[in-house]
Design a binder for this molecule. Structure first.
Ligand SMILES: [Zn+2]
Ligand SMILES: [Zn+2]
Length: 343
């Protein structure tokens, strides 16, 4: 049993999750070759677990990753899976346990619940004002009715403003045609914003707006790209869906993503030759918000998983030497068969 890092000797913290791998929070394993490493959170180096300790541990890890794991990112060779507080690198093709974009879908459903609470509170507060005002003759029946119907919206607007402010983007960009200087994009104009596929970087989205001076959109107007576009689109969609979405809506939206193939494919299909934000249907817009968040998070994870793959290649070379030198081949074969049979 490895209790401390074999490279820097720092003791590994107890995880309280795995019976056969009680120490450490990051593991890498290869069920096919029967390898198992504990990854040190201090020096980030991989310690190869002695063969006699691997048997049950790999089985337990495989089971945990399959039943409770959340797939974060994967390449053809390795997958990064989150199992509770543990980060697990699994070598080989992972079964797609749960799609990562579900995380953001849940966030939308949660938003709806808290928004519901907000409007109930607002309704109760305005009911008190209406009842009080009407009883004392302070407001007319019509005034009371109007206040009653407007109150939740007023609260929504206030809460939304507190969270987002009034501008989705601030900066300095010039219209390529007439030189008009754009300094902000307000949320109020969001329906007229245009989303276009980036011709230079496939998968990326460009955010466009018509120029208020020369009225051009095709050759002039505002053009936000890369991170600026990504951040602004995320903000505009989150603002637009401030009251969240029902679980059913999120399910339809995620089904759209599923049918498209991936978050990026959905964005590409949805925006084919550019789309006015106001023309997007609700399910499409929700799917786009999920995709926008998924894509930016995914990019960071893809970099991490690519680095991990490079580390794994080095460690695997070493492990192959250690395993073959220290054990006779029949034992290793028995071990492989045992793991594979259950995997
Ligand atoms: Zn270490
Ligand atoms: Zn212009």
């Amino acid at each position: 049993m490895i209790r401390s890092c074999l490279v820097c000797s720092i003791p590994l913290p107890e995880n309280g999750v795995l019976e056969h791998l009680p120490y450490g929070y990051r593991f890498a394993f290869d069920p096919e070759r029967g390898r198992l490493w504990v990854v040190c959170s201090n020096c980030r180096r991989w310690s190869l677990v002695p063969l006699e300790d691997r048997w049950e541990a790999i089985e337990e890890l495989e089971r945990a990753a399959r039943d409770r794991g959340r797939l974060l990112s994967q390449t053809d060779t390795i997958a990064l899976v989150k199992v509770g507080p543990l980060d697990v690198v699994r070598v080989g093709n992972a079964s797609r346990t749960e799609e990562a974009w579900w995380r953001y879908g849940r966030e939308l459903v949660r938003r709806r619940t808290s928004y519901g609470r907000l409007t109930v509170a607002a309704g109760a507060a305005s009911a008190a004002v209406v009842a009080g005002g009407w009883a004392t003759g302070g407001i007319s029946f019509f005034g009371a009715w109007w206040l009653w119907s407007q109150a939740p919206d007023g609260i929504k607007r206030g809460a939304r403003w507190l969270r987002f402010g009034s501008a989705a983007w601030r900066g300095r960009e010039r219209c390529a045609k007439c030189g008009y200087e754009f300094t902000d994009v307000s949320f109020k104009e969001r329906q007229n914003l245009v989303l276009l596929p980036d011709s230079e970087q496939p998968g990326n989205v460009v955010l466009g707006a018509r120029c208020p001076r020369c009225q051009d959109l095709a050759e002039g107007g505002l053009r936000l790209k890369d991170r600026a576009a990504e951040r602004t689109i995320q903000r505009v969609l989150a603002y637009h869906h401030f009251d969240g979405a029902s679980e059913q809506r999120v399910r339809s939206a995620t089904r759209l993503i599923e049918e498209a193939g991936s978050a990026r494919d959905l964005t590409r299909i949805l925006l084919r030759d550019g789309r006015r934000m106001g023309d997007l249907q609700r399910t499409g817009a929700i799917a786009l918000e999920i995709s926008a968040n998924e894509s930016s998070e995914q990019r960071a994870l893809e970099m991490e998983v690519a680095e991990l793959e490079a580390v794994w290649r080095k460690e695997e070379e070493l492990a192959a030497i250690i395993d073959d030198e220290l054990t006779d081949v029949p034992l290793l074969e028995t071990f492989r068969r045992r793991v594979l049979k259950k995997g």
